[in-house]
Design a protein around this ligand. Structure first.
Ligand code: ADP
Ligand code: MG
Length: 241
């Protein structure tokens, strides 16, 4: 991965909630065009790290750079303009808006794209995620797995350079999970850098180029999926020995 340019560089980042060191001195580098994963037990700080990258939680210390430019003081509404999009661990769709509107709203965050172009992008994403049949439905009418797919659609409609996915397949069946894996690999084919939190270890092994393992706010291992899964500390803290 070394010949690829770094897209995201995180240096010694810490996030505290009261006395809880949710992220405790994490450093990592993500290179362009690869799929990165984070594994770790519940409460190990994975979502908080995504919150830090999205600028939704303040850093106690550390620096973060995107394409070589510091962004750790940026307000959250500036982050989509930098080409970073994300999905959340829990579904966050507007229940009084159709699927199509929810996806289009993803675009409000980035602005300055002509309306025609936005409509084309929405159509493209609806097709790509096989959501055309439900485009006029409301989120509450849909299965949880489909709602999650709408969330991913809402994130990628902005054509980000870096996509953060926080447990995108939670609540999905095997078939739906495989579809997310396929989508990720196809987005990788277009050069999109992806960073995913996921508990489905097999899916991580199948899709990720590189994995980070966290425990109690700290990185305990990183490397190829095979190496990280085999790591003694990862097995003890996460995989059950
Ligand atoms: P993970 O995503 O790995 O399950 P989180 O990042 O959600 O872990 O949580 C890391 C730690 O930070 C946990 O101890 C959690 O209880 C705490 N935490 C997360 N978000 C908040 C918050 N908004 N306020 C207080 N504590 C939080
Ligand atoms: Mg989480």
């Amino acid at each position: 991965q070394d010949e690829r340019a770094p897209i995201l560089e995180i240096h010694d980042v810490a996030v505290h909630f009261g006395g809880v060191k949710a992220v405790d001195g994490v450093s990592m580098t993500l290179h362009e065009g690869l799929i990165y994963g984070i594994i770790g037990a519940n409460g190990s700080g994975k979502s908080t790290l995504f919150g830090a990258i999205s600028r939704l939680v303040p850093l106690v210390s550390g620096t973060m750079m995107l394409d070589g430019t510091r962004f750790d003081r940026n307000p959250p509404h500036r982050v989509p303009h930098l080409g970073v999009a994300r999905s959340f661990q829990t579904v966050r769709l507007l229940d009084d808006r159709t699927v199509r509107d929810n996806i289009r709203l993803g675009h409000d965050a980035v602005g300055s794209v002509p309306r025609r172009e936005i409509e084309q992008r929405v159509e493209h994403v609806l097709t790509r995620l096989a959501l055309h049949d439900v485009a006029r439905r409301y989120p509450s009418e849909l299965s949880y797995g489909i709602q999650r797919r709408v969330e991913i659609a809402r994130a990628i409609v902005t054509r980000p350079r870096l996509l953060l996915l926080d447990e995108p397949t939670a609540g999905m069946n095997r078939h739906e999970r495989d579809e997310v894996s396929e989508l990720m690999l196809s987005l990788k084919g277009e050069g999109l850098t992806q960073f995913i939190v996921e508990h489905d270890v097999q899916m991580m092994v199948d899709t990720c180029d590189y994995i980070f393992a966290m425990n109690t706010g700290q990185l305990i291992a990183e490397g190829s999926p095979a190496d990280v899964i085999a790591d003694k500390r990862v097995r003890e803290s996460y995989l059950g020995g």
